[in-house]
Design a protein around this ligand. Sequence first.
Ligand code: ZN
Length: 300
Amino acid sequence: MNAQNPNLHTADAYQDLVTAARFQSTRRVPIPDLTYPDGVRIAVNFTLDFDAMLLRRLLNEPWGQKAKGEFGGRIGIWRILDMFEANDVKVTLFTPGRIGELYPKALHRAVAAGHELADHMWEHDVPKDPAIEEAHLNRAVATLSQIAGKPITGTRSSHTPAQLRACGITYNSFTSANTTPFYELDEQGANPLLQLPFHYALDDAMFFSFGWLATPNAAQRILDVDEVFEIWWASFLQQYKKGGYLNFLLHPFVSGHAMRVDMLERLIQRMKTLPGVWFPTCGAVADHIFANHPFKPVQE
Ligand SMILES: [Zn+2]
């Protein structure tokens, strides 16, 4: 019997689990014959969650944590963009709209270098009140589209799919429910969005983020960069052999430190020694999939 939840193994609970699993499988529509452009064996999306100090503020973390976030906005982001540019890799910046007010120069520089801006909520939070949620989403999308000079089409958020579709968002990158791209319907079976899944094993914060002891942030993780290099290289090779997909989730305040930028550069350069590795933005992967594998409802 489970110590926290004594009802976990009852017949009712088991039936609930089966029902939920069946429901989720109707919402998540795989793309079994996924192909890439000619000559491409794997798509590797590097994504930057440009949170800076916003989530740290929201969680009311100590000043030292907020300063770490600020480092990401003022220094880390520039170093990472320099590295991606030097290696001719295009990335997607999932950006809270508020960052457009805090660090606009970094965003303009990313756009000028050909990177993609995508939504990551207004202040790293999805309000529960639908009217406030809509106001936040519209404000974030408008701010980022203005800086991008064109409408943005992606998000990394739990915003309501109907609201996302209403403001022109066509893809999300906010789940680990599969390893390759798939279509996801909302709970009513409507408003399909393309999902570009990430995995926590490819999230820098899982290896390099820490909080001070006795603070609400319990994370205590500072791994050797070479160890993370080996984990990420092994993840890449496994997907490369299958002709799969990878979505790395990086935070400028975490990965913007010099030794980590250097590790990422070594990783990219090693990936480039193999043929058929594509480093597009998430939007470019989405455009390719919409053109070649449009959404088809599942036949009952
Ligand atoms: Zn974030």
